[in-house]
Design a protein around this ligand. Structure first.
Ligand SMILES: Nc1ncnc2c1ncn2[C@@H]1O[C@H](COP(=O)(O)OP(=O)(O)OP(=O)(O)O)[C@@H](O)[C@H]1O
Length: 310
């Protein structure tokens, strides 16, 4: 049991099935094993419906697993929350619109037996200049920072964020992550869910890729690129729309993009896509580049059921 007591987060064969009216049941999380060590920064990356939110809800004790177990610093989630060891920044945490930013932090602070100082938390979340602004007047990014400030109050060992920058523009997103990075550099464990590859790449040390309720890849950005043999084929063509239509029908074409007369194809078999482009279509100036994180993502999430044969 030594790993169970030392890991920041330990998921064992975690499963969650929802019953719905429309369908018999939905297996949102399908047997996840995950060990996160203290101080790690981990991104849960996956397309819509991959099971990221359901997994994090179980980590936070908001949803009970159908099977398997969750341990946060060796404790059940609710115990860990009660002890201030884990806290969360969720997309839709209710904020009271008529309170100011500082009043909100003071009010939530008063619900903890022990907590960090309000001024320190406001400064760390980069909210000092808007402390007297009413929540209703804050931008989406400032409201997310406020949720982050609230999550910092118990000084948790593990902070969990579900799509923390959804709806923010690029500038707010960058500034949010630079605030978070300083916090992580100070030793906190951070687990966050995101759709954004660049966010996972820029901020996480480790990416856990999910699709169809399963972990389909787990490693550093470098490891994940190496797991996928996907490459990107690009070429110039005279009739880009027809060329794109033909390429989309090719079984090895995972994703096809057009920019002007330049076509870009993420592919699991670059040779055969290149052959199609050059011999049957009107392509020229062809280039093949080695897999980006994006092509690895497309390739790995395209066929989750083939990954572990379950
Ligand atoms: N309460 C629920 N009842 C029924 N089905 C649900 C429920 N919550 C989630 N699901 C289903 O479980 C699957 C996983 O959803 P989940 O929200 O965990 O995915 P996600 O990776 O967080 O997706 P997104 O990025 O869109 O938030 C989806 O098919 C979803 O429709």
């Amino acid at each position: 049991m030594s790993t169970a007591t030392t890991a920041a987060l330990e998921l064992r064969d975690l499963t969650k099935t929802f019953s719905t009216r429309e369908r018999d049941s939905v297996r949102a999380v399908d047997g996840i094993d995950l060990l996160v060590q203290p101080g790690e920064i981990v991104a849960l990356l996956g397309p819509n419906g991959a099971g990221k939110t359901t997994t994090l809800d179980m980590v936070l004790g908001l949803t009970e697993p159908t099977g398997g177990s969750v341990r946060v610093h060796g404790q059940a989630p609710r115990r860990a929350i009660a002890d201030g060891r884990v806290s969360a920044v969720l997309q839709t945490g209710g904020l009271l619109r008529d309170l100011t930013v500082a009043e909100t932090v003071r009010m939530i602070a008063s619900t903890y037996a022990t907590h960090r100082g309000v001024q320190g938390v406001l400064a760390q979340a980069d909210l000092a200049t808007v402390a007297d602004r009413r929540v209703a007047k804050c931008s989406g990014g400032e409201q997310q920072r406020l949720r982050y400030a609230l999550a910092l109050l118990p000084d948790p060992d593990l902070i969990v964020l579900d799509e923390p920058t959804a709806g923010m523009d690029v500038t707010s997103r960058r500034s949010f992550w630079s605030t978070m990075r300083a916090d992580a550099d100070a030793g906190r464990t951070v687990v966050f869910a995101t759709h954004y590859l660049e966010e996972a790449d820029a901020f996480a040390q480790r990416i856990v890729m999910m699709a169809g309720g399963r972990v389909v890849a787990d490693g550093t950005t470098h490891d994940i690129r190496a797991q996928a043999s996907g490459r990107v084929v690009s070429a110039t063509c005279d009739d880009p729309v027809t060329t794109a239509r033909r390429v989309r029908a090719h079984p090895a074409a995972l994703d096809v993009g057009l920019e002007g007369d330049r076509i870009t194809v993420h592919s699991s078999d670059s040779d055969s896509v290149a052959r199609l482009l050059l011999t049957e279509l009107d392509a020229r100036d062809l280039e093949i580049s080695s897999g980006s994180l994006e092509s690895a993502f497309l390739q790995i999430t395209a066929a989750p059921e083939q990954e572990d044969g379950r």
